[in-house]
Unconditional design. Structure first.
Length: 91
């Protein structure tokens, strides 16, 4: 934009218009920065959500494995306990 100073009030109006344009550019830059920050937060939350889902599946598998371990331990110990009980009751 070319500013012509012809001695009237136009230079003051031109200055006000330029100042307003600068303020608008600054606001647009701030909005762009906010948008980039929001996009980064969104991608990070999606990545972490995937990790939470994986951790949840792992915990369920561990619980199932633990339950299976207790069942195997009981399956191994119960014949021994039964045998010891029968042995002590008959002798």
């Amino acid at each position: 934009m070319i500013i012509n100073d012809n001695g009237g009030g136009n230079s003051q109006m031109d200055t006000q218009i330029l100042e307003r344009l600068v303020r608008m550019e600054t606001k647009i830059d701030v909005f762009t920065d906010v948008r980039q920050t929001a996009d980064n937060a969104w991608s990070l939350s999606n990545k972490l959500n995937g990790r939470v889902d994986t951790a949840e599946r792992d915990i369920k598998e561990l619980k199932a494995d633990t339950r299976g371990s207790f069942e195997r331990i009981w399956g191994l110990c119960s014949p021994v306990l039964t045998g010891l009980t029968v042995y002590f009751l008959t002798h």
